[in-house]
Design a protein around this ligand. Structure first.
Ligand code: IMP
Ligand code: MG
Length: 176
């Protein structure tokens, strides 16, 4: 199969939106410290840019879950691959995710992390595909709403590739 990527959101637009989100988060968490929880690996590019734009004190931790196989379809099962390094009890947690698709990953994560008694827990996603939602999730901060297309770049992968594209693109597969 031939893989082609069409630019959906160019790099300058992504960066501009992340700066806005950073400013908003800095305002909302004024006087507090925000504990960013990045979901590996998709959120790493987004969380780095976002963290740099937040002006209140920031701490970082990461966890890894899997909801997809190697292709473009969800199997509906969420598995914990790597847990956080530190407890989150009493912390103002902001989960940072690359994309919400069915909502299964985040609904699992919210339930799991809420049970550890954080002072607060909110959710920030770079992309949201609301048309695909199977489980309701409340999103506090959202970069872009996108149509139901498979996207890569800015952290998002297809078969572990394309994460390093500096923009968000739509991937299409065609017979050669
Ligand atoms: P959900 O549990 O269905 O909401 O899926 C969320 C996870 O699926 C994301 O964190 C991504 O890793 C992956 N995912 C969903 N849609 C896409 C896409 O369009 N491109 C790449 N990965 C995606
Ligand atoms: Mg992910």
């Amino acid at each position: 199969m031939k893989e082609t990527v069409r630019i959906l959101i160019p790099e300058d637009k992504v960066d501009e939106r992340i700066a806005q989100l950073g400013a908003q988060i800095s305002q909302d968490y004024a006087g507090k410290q925000v504990h960013l929880v990045g979901i590996l690996k998709g959120s790493i590019f987004f969380i780095c840019e976002l963290a740099k734009r937040i002006s209140v004190p920031v701490t970082l931790d990461f966890m890894s879950v899997s909801s997809y196989g190697s292709g473009t379809k969800s199997n509906g099962i969420v598995k914990m691959i790597k847990d956080l390094d530190e407890p989150i009890e009493g912390k103002d947690v902001l989960i940072v995710e690359d994309i919400i698709d069915s909502g299964r990953t985040l609904s699992y994560l919210l339930k799991n992390l809420s049970s550890r008694k954080p002072a607060s827990i909110r959710l920030c996603t770079m992309l949201d595909k609301p048309e695909r939602r199977e489980v309701d999730v409340e999103v506090d901060y959202q970069g872009f709403i996108i149509p139901d297309e498979f996207v890569v770049g800015y952290g998002l992968d297809y078969d572990q590739r394309y994460r390093n594209l500096p923009y968000i693109g739509v991937l299409s597969l065609t017979k050669e």
